[in-house]
Design a binder for this molecule. Structure first.
Ligand code: HEM
Length: 424
């Protein structure tokens, strides 16, 4: 058996966002899958963690939530000082308490509040609303002068509008939502990171408490309104939700609003941008899909595999166990590397090729098990509708500059996608 530890330079790179913005990430993952598929990363400033790179192991861990819980340790990779800051604020390793940070029995109780809403039959009822937003996005795109940054001009705004629509947040609060989301989860921007790193623990805590309070006040205002004036939106559902016969505690209610407001935009926009990147770079793909729009779901599924916008989530071990011949100890921390699982050669032939003909496409970008993404059907549907609206208008598209990627080990994808295009 190989040495337990992965090479120090790789461990260093896996905890630095810049790696996730470069092709080197996949070189590292490829090496790990072949040479140390379940090894330990020791990087300065971080507790050691297992790096899980094989598709089968990611599924195994995700499907066994009692052995590999989410609540005990950080669910996103956090430095030791970051964790100390979170503990000082909330008394737990987490800054918010949403579905992602919960284990049973709470997790299922909370998930059931909205699970039926997110099922395909219900999500399809929003198709008309979402198509109107997609048409608007396609109109805006068509009004551009044959060149644009597809991320900033289309991919970023459309999913945010969809989320605001299902949540029931009015259009005029769009900017505020975007800002609040970025402030809370904007670890992707190196400038923001540097700014945060320079703050004392006390200053940082104050900043976060301010953002969380702002979110709480805002959502409470919406919740109060929906209790008085119920509507057909998720805000009404959350405002009136009860757990064990009592209203949701404020911290958990904010957490719920927050995850629904934030989980669905950067992720969906990265996948949307990846689909456009493929159309712009793969000869014949645009013509093929445009001629047969029933291929759009396959395009989207492959774009989601390709982008794997959520790069990692963390789990911990509830007891000593064995996996792939390695002894995992109670309390150990494990990083699920979804983007590696989605390039695993054992599951995907020519895994580094963008190929819409994969059937089945066993991509695991939505996770699996108890925490399987609630928004997966919505994400697929909104992307499908957008491309159904865009493609018939698009005669040609090509890259018009170097694409750039977000630097983050959590949610990352295309940051800019300069394209030149012609319309029909
Ligand atoms: C392509 C787009 C998306 C990707 C790749 C994605 C990815 C993920 C992943 C990997 C998880 C699992 C977390 C874990 O195992 O700890 C997750 C959970 C979740 N996602 Fe998504 N997501 C996407 C879109 C959305 C959308 C559109 C929404 C809703 C508006 C959403 C809401 C959620 C929620 C509520 C959870 C928590 C589920 C739970 O813990 O029970 N996601 N997502």
């Amino acid at each position: 058996m190989t040495d337990r530890n992965i090479p120090a330079d790789m461990a260093y790179k896996l905890v630095h966002g810049a790696t996730y913005a470069s092709d080197e990430l996949h070189d590292i993952y490829r090496w790990l899958r072949a040479n140390n598929p379940l090894g330990v990363a020791e990087a300065e400033g971080f507790d050691p963690f297992w790096v899980v790179t094989k598709h089968a192991d990611i599924l195994e861990i995700s499907r066994n939530n009692s052995l590999y819980p989410s609540a005990v340790r950080g669910t996103t990779l956090t430095s030791q000082s970051g964790e100390a800051r979170a503990r000082a604020i909330t008394g737990t390793p987490h800054l918010v308490r949403s579905l992602v940070q919960m284990d049973e029995p709470d997790h299922m109780k909370y998930r059931l509040l909205t699970q039926a809403w997110f099922m395909p039959a219900n999500v399809r009822k929003r198709e008309e609303d979402i198509r109107a937003l997609a048409k608007q996005a396609a109109d805006n795109f068509a009004a551009l002068p044959g060149k644009c940054d597809f991320v900033k001009d289309v991919a970023l705004h459309y999913p945010l509008r969809v989320v605001m629509n299902i949540l029931g947040v009015p259009e005029e609060d769009f900017g505020r939502m975007l800002r609040l989301t970025q402030e809370l989860f904007g670890a992707s921007d190196p400038d923001t990171e540097r700014f945060k790193a320079a703050l004392s623990d006390e200053q940082f805590a104050q900043l976060l408490i301010g953002v969380v309070q702002d979110f709480t006040d805002y959502f409470e205002q919406i919740a109060n309104d929906r209790r008085a004036n119920p509507r057909d939106d998720l805000a009404t559902l959350l405002a009136n939700a009860e757990i064990d016969g009592a209203p949701l505690p404020p911290f958990e209610r904010t957490g719920y609003f927050t995850i629904i407001a934030t989980a669905g935009h950067d992720t969906t926009s990265s996948s949307t941008a990846a689909a456009m990147w493929a159309l712009a770079t793969q000869p014949g793909l645009l013509e093929r899909v445009r001629a047969d729009l029933t291929l759009v779901p396959a395009l989207i599924e492959e774009a989601i595999r390709w982008a794997t916008p959520v790069k990692t989530f963390m789990r911990s071990a509830a007891q000593d166990t064995e996996l792939r011949g390695r002894q995992i100890k109670e309390g150990d921390w494990l990083m699920l590397c979804y983007a590696s699982g989605n390039r695993d050669e054992e599951v995907f032939a020519s895994s580094d090729t963008f190929d819409i003909a994969r059937t089945p496409n066993r991509q695991l970008a939505f996770g699996n098990g108890a925490h399987l993404c609630l928004g997966q059907h919505l994400a697929r549907m909104e992307m499908r509708i957008l491309f159904e609206e865009l493609l018939p208008r698009l005669r040609s598209v090509r890259l018009d500059g170097e694409p750039r990627y977000v630097e983050s080990f959590f949610v990352s994808g295309l940051k800019t996608l300069p394209i030149a295009f012609e319309l029909n």
